[in-house]
Design a protein around this ligand. Structure first.
Ligand SMILES: [Zn+2]
Length: 710
């Protein structure tokens, strides 16, 4: 009798065949790309990812073809799957069913990717084929022949993964319910297609919120007393609103005796960095190479399928205790293939910790070392990041420094300075250290410093745009420290909050990419921005009471975790979602329909807008949108807002003529500006610059000398 192994993808099936002896022979199917491999013991075949998908609403009831608010919420009596994909995918599904039905097959193996999604992709095929044969699970932390061989010998019944599958089903059903119903509700009420999703919507919302905070930010000037000479820089902690106050402080400080009050020396050992979880790697690759999260995942997937890296979609920074031998093998392979020195096996709780692993270990290289020069450039870059991090974690030498803490005082304020002198470079030979402290001058306790404090003008700065790194950090833990503190008094909430996340390591990159493709957000030079379409989206959902905020996600995450732990059933979680949706649909349907929005998406995904003039930065067209005049090239992002804070404060409304002059000449002469402070009217030339950044927001400056009356 034979064992039938169904892999999620052809590449995985090939890797499984490579681990089986004697090598199974290829048997082509009737359709192109379909087929299986076979020897006396094994039959190996594959899906093309999802061969089955949840029914669409109209598959349950013809009437649902028409989008109608009155039929919402749509709740299927039970969730059904249907075939998906092209003719080739359908042919392969038929082929798999015929293999399952073969009389000489006595057991089947689920070889989906080792995650929730992979688990149910193959289970759905078993269900479709009405398979009654015993099902096993091939669970693979990586795809090297050695691992596959070992896991084939250690397979457990697939029923051991029921809780994982249930969480997968619950998540799939809930996403379907919220997605289908709220997309229809929002689209009908807003008169334009708005794709609502459990995770997509909060992502667009947070990016919109940040963009508005940046746009509405009004910089405030302040003054700080600073002493600086070639040896030392002392910056006062006191911020003064008025320059006169700061000047007085400088006078007092300069009159006082400033001396070195204390010097402490200690040896500081810096911990080696932790291995990569997917989001860490996405952040690092975004920072180093401006890779988008999706790009990082795609490149990583390729490395994984070629056997060079362990499983990509992991949220852990640790390896399992059982993997110590494996780690030692990888180190030996790196030393052998690349001649790397300075690494060696370390048995440390910082690396091996079972309690910090949910289902997969951190991303590491495998013992199969690629010929680096032969890899495509993006794979080479990413592989090196992973390799260097692994070497850093297993670096033999520690990274240490002599740390000097110097206190300098003048009786009015104490200045603390720290400086490091590196003793041993440790892991920093593999990857640069985080932030470094500077070096300190050679001073002794009691030394007097002649200070020349002077007032330095500074400006408060707006918050930063989200980058791949910061957005991932937010999605992984959407609650700020303060919010956590408030909630942590409630013990149950505190426990969940430590686990709550928006999306999962496996799905985030795809969802962010989807929001970009839908035209809601942009990603350029590793910075996320919002589009007009995205703002309309956020405002419309708010108006309709479709509150896809992190609180709702928190509650859903809680329920899904409970399913994973076997504490709740799929049915009960789905029922909660249904009643929640009923409430939302009742409220939403009572709101008035929006006018057809002024923001329209053209066929090519860009807005159809009037051209004002040429962009001063890149030479493309400046086009009009409801809120601004901006460069048609989103990567350029040069923009002037209609409701601009600078002009608003001076009671002046921006006009097309003014914007045109600002773009073309770099200035506009304005009469009748009103001073916010004195209330008096005045005339001035307003000069504009578009500082580097994404997008390029205008910075205005007043010039009284060159003003010309029209
Ligand atoms: Zn431009």
């Amino acid at each position: 009798m034979k064992t039938l192994i169904i892999a999620e993808k052809p590449s995985l099936a090939k890797n499984i065949c490579a681990a089986i002896a004697p090598a199974p022979k290829w048997v082509a199917g009737k359709s192109k790309n379909s087929g299986h491999w076979e020897n006396d013991d094994y039959i190996v075949t594959y899906a093309f990812g999802h061969l089955l998908q949840l029914n669409d609403a109209e598959d349950y009831n013809e009437d649902y073809k028409k989008w109608d608010v009155d039929t919402l919420p749509i709740i299927p009596p039970s969730f059904q799957y249907k075939q998906s994909g092209d003719a080739g995918a359908k042919a392969q599904l038929r082929l798999i069913k015929s293999l399952i039905d073969r009389k000489d097959v006595d057991r089947v193996v689920n070889a989906g990717d080792s995650d929730r999604e992979g688990e149910i992709i193959i289970r759905n095929i078993f269900d479709y084929a009405k398979c009654k044969k015993p099902a096993y699970r091939l669970w693979m932390p990586d795809q090297t022949p050695k691992t596959i061989k070992a896991e084939l010998a250690a397979m457990k019944l697939d029923s051991n993964y029921d809780n994982l599958a249930n969480e997968g089903y619950a998540r799939t059903y809930i996403d379907w319910l919220y997605g289908i119903n709220l997309t229809r509700l929002a689209t009908k009420k807003a008169n334009t297609l708005l794709r609502v999703g459990r995770v997509t919507s909060p992502i667009v919302a947070i990016i919109c919120e940040r963009e508005r905070a940046i746009r509405n930010f009004v910089p405030v000037k302040y003054y700080v007393a600073v002493h600086e000479d070639e040896d030392i820089k002392l910056t006062s902690k006191h911020k003064r609103d008025k320059k006169a106050d700061c000047d007085q402080q400088c006078k007092d400080y300069n009159a006082a005796v400033t001396k070195v009050e204390d010097i402490k020396k200690s040896k500081k050992v810096f911990p080696r960095p932790k291995l990569f979880a997917l989001s860490d790697l996405q952040g690092a690759a975004g920072k180093a190479f401006k890779f988008t999260p999706k790009q990082t995942l795609d490149v990583l997937q390729k490395l994984y399928e070629d056997g060079y890296c362990s499983y990509p979609r992991t949220n852990s920074r640790y390896m399992a205790v059982a993997e110590k031998k494996k780690a030692a093998d990888i180190i030996a392979a790196i030393q052998g293939a690349l001649g790397t020195t300075g690494i060696g096996f370390r048995d440390s709780k910082d690396i091996f910790d079972d309690s910090k692993i949910e289902s997969h270990s951190a991303i590491t290289p495998t013992y199969k070392i690629p010929n680096l020069a032969a890899l495509p450039a993006d794979q080479q870059k990413l592989y090196n990041l992973i390799l260097n991090r692994f070497c850093a974690a297993f670096c033999v030498e520690e990274y240490s420094a002599d740390r000097t803490e110097m206190t300098i005082g003048n009786g009015l304020e104490a200045f603390k300075l720290t400086g490091d002198v590196i003793i041993t470079k440790g892991y920093t030979v593999f990857e640069p250290a985080g932030k470094k402290d500077g070096t300190l001058p050679n001073l002794a306790v009691g030394d007097i410093i002649k200070t020349k404090f002077a007032s330095v003008e500074k400006e408060t700065t707006p918050p930063d745009h989200f980058s791949a790194e910061t957005l991932n950090a937010y999605l992984k833990n959407p609650y700020s420290k303060d919010e956590q503190k408030n909630l942590s008094e409630d013990e149950e909430a505190a426990e969940v909050i430590s686990e709550v996340e928006l999306g999962t390591e496996a799905t985030r990159a795809g969802l962010i990419d989807g929001a970009i493709k839908s035209g809601y957000i942009t990603l350029s030079k590793n910075k996320y921005g919002i589009t007009d379409q995205g703002e309309y989206y956020v405002d419309s959902l708010a108006r309709l009471g479709i509150d896809m905020t992190k609180e709702r996600t928190l509650n859903l995450s809680k329920s899904l975790k409970a399913v994973f732990k076997g504490q709740r059933t799929v049915e009960s979680v789905v029922r909660d979602a249904e009643s929640d949706l009923r409430d939302i649909c009742v409220f939403g349907s009572q709101q008035t329909d929006a006018e057809k929005p002024t923001v329209q998406k053209g066929d090519n995904g860009t807005m159809d807008k009037k051209v004002l003039c040429k962009c001063p930065v890149c030479g493309k067209n400046i086009v009009e949108s409801p809120k601004a005049w901006g460069c048609e090239d989103r990567d350029c992002g040069c923009v002037i807002f209609k409701e601009d804070k600078f002009f608003e404060r001076q009671q002046k409304k921006m006009t097309a003529t003014m914007a045109k002059s600002l773009f073309n000449k770099g200035y506009v002469d304005v009469e009748g500006l009103v001073s916010a402070r004195t209330g008096k009217a005045y005339n001035a030339r307003v000069k504009v610059t578009f500082p580097e950044g994404s997008p390029r927001y205008p910075k205005y400056e007043l010039d009284f000398e060159n003003f010309k009356k029209k």
